[in-house]
Write a protein that binds this ligand. Structure first.
Ligand code: 5GP
Ligand code: ZN
Length: 115
């Protein structure tokens, strides 16, 4: 998959509209199109990376991603009651989008174990 046919790359490039919450040089946070909780935000790296398994030794990917996810959670007022960060990898993990993303879910009580 190239950035041209990747939806999340096109959102990062401003070619597909999204409700953007926060942006840094290396990561972007926007509302999920099909929210599964009162707050459902996707946090992506700006460069195209297909998923967690593709990160390998490029561990510098993680800090900006997780920092932005926790920062947006704080801005949404979720720190006190809590929230869940989810990263789906591959078929068994339930990944459908081919660009690495972290789900920030909040505003309701989450169940465990996950489905
Ligand atoms: P996955 O199943 O890969 O972990 O999550 C992909 C997520 O991307 C889904 O929650 C889906 O609703 C969201 N999504 C898919 N296409 C779009 C889009 O064009 N815009 C936005 N904002 N979210 C999308
Ligand atoms: Zn991409």
């Amino acid at each position: 998959m190239t950035p041209n046919d990747c939806i999340f790359c096109r959102i990062a490039a401003g070619e597909i509209p999204a409700r953007i919450l926060a942006r840094t040089d290396s990561a972007l946070a926007f509302h999920d199109l099909n929210p599964q909780a009162p707050h459902h935000v996707l946090v992506i790296p700006v460069p195209h990376i297909s998923g967690a398994a593709a990160v390998g030794s490029e561990t510098e990917v993680w800090a900006p991603l997780m920092s932005l996810a926790t920062e947006v959670a704080r801005q949404l007022g979720l720190d006190e009651k809590g929230y869940r960060l989810v990263l789906n990898q591959g078929q068994d993990g339930g990944q459908s989008g081919g660009h690495l993303h972290v789900h920030l879910l909040g505003g309701r009580r989450m169940s465990w174990p996950p489905g």
